[in-house]
Design a protein around this ligand. Sequence first.
Ligand code: NI
Length: 144
Amino acid sequence: MYYVTRRYGFAASHRLHAPQLSAGENARLYGKCNNPYGHGHNYVVEVSVRGPADERTGRAVDIGVLDDLVRREVLAPFDHCNLNAEIGAFQGVVPTSENLAIEICRRLKGNWSAAFGVEWPRLHNIRIAETDRNIFEVKADEIE
Ligand code: NI
């Protein structure tokens, strides 16, 4: 079994604000990330795939197919957008990088078999670096 990781990037803005909490609680909880006008990140997304090497090609994943899928489902909708305002999944869900990782994972899983077929490769892991020091990771098998 091989594990292959491909790195992508997009820029987006967000505001961390939980509507069920008071203004004071939001300010205390999220600090500057609760600023009303939002702020941006250059997100780095690493998509990891696992599978056996194909006998003919010697490759575990067709990177071109992965690129097309990630571009269509993640980069095109998210790049230069405001996550709170423009992404349906974040209506009522705070666009933390934890929730962003889950949303990216769901989008890729939901379109995975149409792109790659039923068996191999499989989506393994999503890792998002929001900054150099804040990195969030979800295992695809643990996400519904
Ligand atoms: Ni932020």
